[in-house]
Design a protein. Structure first.
Length: 493
């Protein structure tokens, strides 16, 4: 239990950080869903596809604008004020370099795909890389202090401002520029707000941490992110090259919808777990305990959401984006399987980082990337869009056990312990799936809106009942922790 195995102050700090991180991510996801639902009705799949093509290459280059510096600030608590200033100078140089490189490559990308619209889109995305680089140090400092309340407020405010601006541009016929506006405005506003909330400005003569520390931790982490990036974007690259922006727009909408729940819960847990686990990095038993508790909460949600995406893809797509996006449905059904696997695999990275083993993260990431790329290529060869989704899901299934085995060996545990943690969430998800299938079967002739409402309400009630029955100790524990957290939330600043 949190209050018996951890000191009270750590328990409250952890819980308060989780709550504010949850508020941040849930609010952000809600804002994104609303904004994308509005834009999906105002824009065409081709508009989303154009952004998707540019994002493939700009996203890769952007990895080098961060270079793992934010994680470096969280990982090492002895960084001085002068070193913070030095890291800020590095981030500015990286941001400017990446923005310049992206702008130079824009005409080449346009010629490759024979789409002149890619030039202004790519240049605009390059500008966001500079703004994102500016925010590295203040965000890292806030995360290290576990001050997730100011981060949450900055994310929410910038998301609302960007959404309003994007919808305004779309209403005026701005087409793909509405999507670009959303990204640029959010990036610029977030950088400014993080500086204000961190209460920090660079001062003193810049000084870098030791080259060994910087190149060792950040170098391994950046290389892992680069390898992982292409494993996660090879599908977009193949679809864009062979099928064009419309097909890519359809696929990226399916992939984004599948990733919403995954990103919400992993983005809540990872930023909180990293600084907390760093504090106890010499106590592997405590690290394992904390990791298991958070993983169970994440799995309870994502396993069941994955079932809903598999059973009600048509209804969900209709409610969010309308009939024009029904081509997303078969792709989403296959990708829903990844909701079971991806959160579990992705959660291992924060543990390796907290242990200072970015080298192990790099090695397992390289192996997993080969498997994922092979699955995507084979799937594309035999099934195009749907084949890519099937190959991607199967490949993820193949990498989960080796990744978890390496993690448990590093923590001095057994794979069976992980199975025991995930058994309850799997049973809860099975109960949700059975309920969903019954609703779907009994409502075959009903209108889509009625089926959607009945399905969501029924499966939601079953989910709550199953959690209270199968995971009652965890629910009681979380309730008790929440009661203690209410007066402490205002202190997470």
């Amino acid at each position: 239990m949190f209050d018996t195995k951890l000191k009270g102050s750590i328990s409250l700090k952890f819980g308060s950080s989780v709550v504010w991180s949850g508020i941040d991510l849930l609010s952000g996801a809600s804002i994104t869903l609303v904004v994308m639902a509005a834009l999906a009705r105002l824009l065409s799949p081709a508009d989303f596809g154009l952004l998707g093509i540019a994002s493939i290459f700009v996203g890769f280059i952007s990895l080098f604008s961060t270079a793992g510096l934010s994680s470096l600030i969280v990982q090492y608590r002895d960084i001085t004020e002068r070193q913070h200033t030095g890291l800020f100078c590095v981030s500015i140089v990286l941001g400017l370099s990446v923005a310049t490189l992206v702008s130079v490559c824009a005409p080449w990308l346009s010629r490759v795909y024979r789409l002149p619209q890619l030039i202004p889109i790519t240049v605009a995305l390059g500008v966001t890389m500079f703004f994102s680089a500016l925010a590295i140090v203040p965000r890292g400092m806030l995360q290290r202090r576990m001050a997730f309340r100011p981060i949450a407020l900055a994310d929410i405010a910038s998301g609302v401002l960007a959404g309003i601006a994007a919808i305004s541009v779309a209403v005026k016929g701005g087409q793909y520029w509405a999507l670009i506006t959303n990204i640029v405005v959010k990036s610029a506003a977030l950088s400014a707000l993080l500086f204000i909330n961190a209460g920090w400005l660079p001062s003193g003569r810049p000084q870098l941490p030791s080259a060994r520390r910087l190149l060792g931790f950040s170098g391994n982490l950046t290389l892992f992110n680069a390898i992982n990036y292409w494993a996660r974007n090879l599908d977009n690259l193949l679809i864009a090259a062979a099928l064009g922006p419309v097909a890519l727009g359809i696929y990226t909408r399916a992939y984004a919808l599948m990733m919403y729940p995954v990103q919400i819960f992993t983005s809540i847990s990872d930023p909180v777990l990293h600084p907390l686990l760093v504090d106890v990095q010499n106590d592997k038993a405590r690290i394992k305990y904390l990791y298991f508790r958070v993983l169970k909460v994440v799995a309870l949600s994502t396993f069941s959401i994955g079932m809903l995406l598999a059973i009600f893809p048509r209804e969900i797509v209709y409610l969010l984006w309308g009939n024009r996006w029904q081509a997303v449905v078969p792709i989403l059904r296959y990708l829903s399987a990844v909701c079971w696997i991806q959160p579990v695999v992705a959660s291992t990275g924060v543990v390796f980082m907290a242990l200072g083993r970015a080298d192990l993260l790099l090695r397992i990431g390289a192996i997993n990337s080969v498997v994922l790329c092979a699955g995507i290529v084979v799937g594309f060869k035999y099934g195009r869009l749907e084949g890519v989704a099937i190959g991607f899901a199967i490949a993820y299934g193949l990498i989960v056990l080796p990744t978890l085995q390496l993690l448990m060996c590093t923590l001095g545990g057994r794979l069976g312990e992980m199975g025991a943690v995930l058994r309850g969430p799997a049973i809860v998800a099975l109960a949700v799936a059975c309920t969903g299938v019954v609703i779907k079967w009994s409502a075959t002739n009903s209108e889509i809106l009625r089926t959607s409402i009945l399905g969501l309400v029924s499966t939601g009630l079953v989910f709550i009942a199953a959690c209270l029955w199968l995971e009652r100790p965890l629910m009681i524990e979380l309730r008790a922790l929440a009661t203690r957290l209410i007066p402490a939330l205002n202190t997470n600043q």
